[in-house]
Write a protein that binds this ligand. Sequence first.
Ligand SMILES: [Zn+2]
Length: 350
Amino acid sequence: MAKETPFVPVKVKCPFCGMESTQRYIKSRMYKEEVIEEDSHVAVYTWENPEFAMVRPNFYHIWHCPTCHFCDEKEVFRGEDKSGGKLELIKEKLLIHSRMPNSLVAKMGEEIKFDKDVYQVDSAILSHLLAINEQELLSVNMRQYSKLARFYLRLAWLYREKVTLSLEDEKTRPDYPAFRDFLESFREAWPGIPVDEATAMDVALERYRDILNHAQNADVKYEINVMNLIIAMLRRAGRNAEALQMLRGVFGTATKARQTARAAVQKNINTAANQAILNFAAGIIDKVPDLVEELSDIVFKEELPRAKEAVMKMGPVDAKTVVDKLRELKFADITCRRMGKMFEKQAGKK
Ligand SMILES: [Zn+2]
């Protein structure tokens, strides 16, 4: 009997160089996503067969052509992702780079242990970095924000796993003491290369914000999902004041969507779809105020010592000046308002 494996091998032609390689799918029925963190990261997978415990499906999200080092999602390799067509613009460039032994593409690509049965995290990190680097070879207006956002977030997860799961370096680079040194060596070719979770997460956040900035007339559910993801990422990074601001944005977006959908329903335009939006928006509008309250308390508590200190330095002032000056000092709106109120109360007692 053949040995059981979690992989389904599939022969595919590279959309760039045309060479055939064997890529792998994971049999999704064989594992469960047991613990999912707020930013969608699957922290724990459980396998039916415990022998596969060391296989992390997210390592295989990006496919890699071992010949030219083109890296992207399977849909692009299979010709199903139409937006992958933009990549034609960088095809020649990438093929030239892949043949230059000292180029970033060749050096990173050669380190991906494509033939190993099971990927180590370093190979997964490299395939994600290459996929990101390829996207960034495109001029800014040709890039796919959602794809870049997703790749950066997934890269941040890989760096997180390297730390939380204590995944060791693959020791195959004699010139570099550690994997991170190898990555740092690309700093000249790629000044902003993210080499840890925090830096990858920062860029992921920027790219998710890009999605919102370009999301005119987008589906409101999609928009709010992106906003919620941004909130989770900000909270994880300890940027609670920004998360609070985004949470208010969620409320505003849902309120606006509800108004538009209600008007459409009254005019009998696309009733079923708009009714669905109404229901969705109602759920959000119902839930957000409690979350705002909760997060406001956290932000206020965090900023209070610094805000008190700032007020002390102001000398004799009235409540309005306190609020204005705290705003100037970029304190969160909630801190300014609550400090103003506290100040009024104190002044009243005197
Ligand atoms: Zn190729």
